[in-house]
Ligand binder design. Sequence first.
Ligand code: PBG
Ligand code: ZN
Length: 320
Amino acid sequence: MPHRYRRLRASAAIRGLVRETHLLADDLLQPFFVIDGKNKKEPIDAMPGVFRYSVDLLLKEIAACVRLGAKGGILFGVSRHKDNTGKYAYAANGPVPCAIKAIKKHFPQFFIVTDVCLCAYMGHGHCGIVEAQKINNDKTLPVLARMALCHAQAGADMVAPSDMMDFRVAAIRQALNKENFQDVGILSYAVKYASAYYGPFREAAHSAPGFGDRRSYQMDAANSREALKEALQDLDEGADMVMVKPALVYLDIVSLLRRKLNVPIVAYNVSGEYAMVKAAAQNGWIDERSLVLETLTSIKRAGADIIISYHAKAALEWLR
Ligand code: PBG
Ligand code: ZN
């Protein structure tokens, strides 16, 4: 018999009772860009409301997020020091290790994930060691492992390699275990597509590639079979959770991994996705609040357990 579906939509109460997906403060991780220096808060053109913070001001921002119910965040280092070895990526006095120590001192419960990648520390802006204009996978692995170890030593709870070199999860897991950091987790950017949606981030992190593009290591937007294989391999190498990135134009991939894997799935609602919403909102073309809550809910409905989003702080406020 044809059904009157509108019965279960008739009031806020019944809609609440039958609602399947609930976005929670617990699901969200806010990204933070960290720089050297003091008393610095630099705006990012294409990401209104997002800033690069020196550690002192980052602490204030994190305090504000914690008051809103934030449980954790992911840190990205932005460095003026760049070379072609990537050594600044594992400098113990770099912006990320300093930020980790300061955050853990004031907010020991705040869950810190760190992005592990070399692009922000390389003169050429690529995510790995470059030789003769090519990215050398295996020479990159020990550098990534050192970077992850440096973050673990500073007190990070979890490291998140975003470089897309093969076998880096194994290299990082092994390096962490050897130094007794068995309890530091790995969130692998296992399924990271070569995406135009990263544009604003590269402005924020000063990490745009100086030549060529990232298509020899990031995934082709047209492919989905490879996504499952990448995720399975990273789990096999020791990843605790796997990420799909970007989120919105890859919700089919989020859903695929959710159905095939029994581990937490993370989706990264990236900088370009944020920028589009902010631009439309600033023009008065959309209602930012409902659009953001709808968007984040869709990512969760598709199967993400955790959502990394530049909207996280605002969403925390709206969810209260
Ligand atoms: C660095 C990195 C990137 C992002 C996260 N880590 C950029 C890139 O691969 O060029 C993108 C995040 C975003 O766009 O918000 N490897
Ligand atoms: Zn990178």
